[in-house]
Write a protein that binds this ligand. Structure first.
Ligand code: TYC
Length: 99
């Protein structure tokens, strides 16, 4: 087998897929439904229709999946939610867990 082919093969086996993280929003009694819909649109890039469905799922089932991301992006989403919620006086929380 040609040397360059061996090189390509050994490169290929070294490829590791980065871990992915699920980001959830949690239900609470104080955050307004409209604010959660706004967060799902502005932070998680959902359509209004999707955002409303996810918000209602969280309201009924206590948490809802908002997206799956690499570690850095998931951490950023959690921080953006925490910051926006705090700025608007809501206790809304986001959590991430390894997929
Ligand atoms: N339970 C809230 C209410 O009745 C609405 C809500 C939905 C809050 C989703 C947080 O992640 C949440 N106003």
């Amino acid at each position: 087998m040609a040397t360059h082919t061996n090189f390509e093969l050994s490169e290929a086996v070294m490829i590791k897929h980065p871990k992915k993280y699920k980001v959830y929003l949690l239900n609470d009694d104080y955050t307004s439904m409209d604010f959660v819909v706004d967060i799902l649109i502005s932070v998680f890039h959902k359509s209004y229709t999707e955002a409303e469905a996810i918000m209602l799922e969280i309201h009924k089932k206590d948490r809802g999946l908002c997206g799956i991301y690499t570690n850095e992006i998931a951490e950023t989403k959690v921080m953006q939610v925490t910051r926006k919620a705090k700025d608007n006086g809501f206790p809304l929380k986001a959590v991430m867990e390894e997929e």
